[in-house]
Design a binder for this molecule. Structure first.
Ligand SMILES: Nc1ncnc2c1ncn2[C@@H]1O[C@H](COP(=O)(O)OP(=O)(O)OC[C@H]2O[C@@H]([n+]3cccc(C(=O)O)c3)[C@H](O)[C@@H]2O)[C@@H](O)[C@H]1O
Ligand SMILES: Nc1ncnc2c1ncn2[C@@H]1O[C@H](COP(=O)(O)OP(=O)(O)OP(=O)(O)O)[C@@H](O)[C@H]1O
Ligand SMILES: [Mg+2]
Length: 250
């Protein structure tokens, strides 16, 4: 077993304690300021599944709202979101942001043409708007789902999935998320699905980032990885500093 595998095996041994630590953190975030509960965007992917499962464990079904927010999203993700809700007893609602997207994009394109990435980021920022409307109205907090691997390279939309009120998974690499997902009873189809932002057709995280989660997580856990991957990870980390330290001011 190499250093990376040893680290993951050790995480597996301590995963139950880790669940308790994260559940306590969520209770502190919500009950500390006397708030009502948490709202989580549910995409059918593993990061939101783990985040929602932790929130339900911490707060109970009545104080967590999961929101499926389709905008030309794939059916497979809708099915997985429902499967997750049935499995972890999550109160799941749907808000279609497709119509808002269809109205907003042509209005912006009256000024300038948007490429697929910018349009995709616009979807993510519309989702943020819907989640905050719920949190605002109910006195809830928005849960962030970005894991350590994504945050390290800035693989999230600024003001979209990169904006929330607290994050119960921010110290976990993607590989640790998979171990935690199994512990929390997240359905297998969600755990084994290739990670995707689903912001445009055919998008996958690893293809867009230009390295694998194994390359990235090995680097985060051991400090070493393939030289070509290291160069690109360091580059993405450098240019995404502004997403980890929001709004410098003077
Ligand atoms: N140096 C700087 N200082 C301060 N602000 C700076 C900046 N450079 C750019 N910015 C600002 O940041 C903006 C660019 O950031 P942003 O809007 O995020 O856009 P960008 O980083 O170009 O794209 C977001 C990336 O995250 C991926 N993503 C998004 C959502 C979910 C997931 C997923 O894993 O599921 C992945 C998406 O596929 C894409 O590759 C610029 O328009 C500018 O406003
Ligand atoms: N269709 C959607 N409905 C609701 N929330 C969404 C949707 N798409 C994305 N999100 C939100 O944006 C977050 C970021 O997406 P991301 O793809 O990184 O995570 P994920 O889908 O949970 O896991 P994975 O990385 O394995 O795809 C999601 O966790 C979720 O909170
Ligand atoms: Mg996803």
């Amino acid at each position: 077993m190499d250093k990376f595998q040893e680290h993951l095996a050790n995480y597996q041994i301590h995963v139950k304690e880790d669940v308790e630590k994260r559940v306590a953190f969520i209770r502190e975030q919500i009950d500390g300021p006397g708030l009502g509960g948490a709202v989580v965007g549910i995409s059918g992917g593993i990061d939101s599944a783990v985040t929602a499962a932790l929130c339900v464990r911490a707060l109970g079904r009545e104080r967590v709202i999961g929101v499926w927010l389709p905008a030309y999203s794939l059916d497979v993700h809708a099915l997985d979101s429902q499967k997750l809700a049935d499995t972890i007893d999550l109160n799941l609602v749907t808000i279609d942001v497709g119509k808002a997207y269809d109205a907003l994009v042509p209005a912006i394109e009256g000024v300038l043409t948007l490429d697929d990435k910018t349009k995709g980021n616009t979807k993510a920022r519309l989702r943020m708007t819907a989640l905050y409307a719920i949190a605002n109205q109910k006195g809830y907090l928005v849960a962030d789902t970005c894991n350590l691997s994504e945050v390290h390279v800035g693989y999230m939309t600024k003001g979209g999935d990169g904006l929330a009120d607290f994050n119960p998974v921010s110290s976990l690499t993607k590989h640790e998320m998979r171990i935690l997902a199994e512990e929390l009873g997240v359905p297998d189809s969600i755990i084994t699905k290739p990670p995707s932002a689903d912001l445009w057709e055919g998008q996958t995280d690893e293809q867009e980032m230009g390295f694998t989660y194994e390359d990235l997580d090995r680097y985060l856990i051991t400090g070493e990885t393939r030289p070509e991957a290291k160069e690109r990870i360091d580059y993405l980390h450098r240019i995404s500093e502004h997403k980890r330290n929001l709004m410098p001011g003077i």
